[in-house]
Design a protein. Sequence first.
Length: 276
Amino acid sequence: MSVAEDQTSRSAERAPAGKVTRDNVLSLRGLTKAYERGKPVISDISLDFPARGVVAIIGPSGTGKSTLIRCINRLVEPTSGQVLLGGTDLTKLRGAGLRAARREIGMVFQEYNLVERLSVIENLLCGRLGYVPLWRVWMRRYPDEDIAHAFALLERVGLADFATRRADALSGGQRQRVGIARAVMQSPRLLLADEPTSSLDPRTSVEIMELMRDMAAERDIPVIINIHDVALARRFASRIVGMSGGSVVYDGPPEGLNDDHLTQIYGRSETGGWIG
């Protein structure tokens, strides 16, 4: 079967547009984003994401992976289409409704996005900003149960001894561990990760992927990871979505991703192998 035929078959197996099943935490329907009129970065993407497991989105730089991730939590506004979280279309939400929905979506960033001048424990507690009254945040008087939870998460990510250290004193791997713990502090229904290992060395990258996979499994939180490293995607994801030119060209298990698919996703190098 050709790649095109394989993708046609897979598309036919997906849920019909607008139908959200009990097993899916998130469904995208016709999602499109164009920063310039007539030049979509992502085009008419329809995908369903299960309520458990790790899904890796792979593809070359500029193919729309980060845009897709950021359209889900509305850090980027979609041009058209639907983002259905538990049946609620996030593209229709504004104000308090959008803020409430974002509490249910944890985010791990490529550049960590920590508050550098705050301590590690205070950065974790930032994960509760959507739940705690503003006066408590200003006074730094978080509920005791949130503080206890934050210390427990620091223990889980191996940073119990760093609670009072400023975030800007940490290594890259340590910062990403804090970022993961902060996202989990939200008690999210879904965890997004935008190139979480791109700034890390290979050994630390493996440790970070293991940590995300294991913590998500322990808490039954599904994960969607935008990642460029195909080897890491194959190792840690239960499903891979391959993108090229703003469209999905592969959607299936890691073991089904072959060189023909990778060539379609990344193109061929001058030596005849795929680029990536």
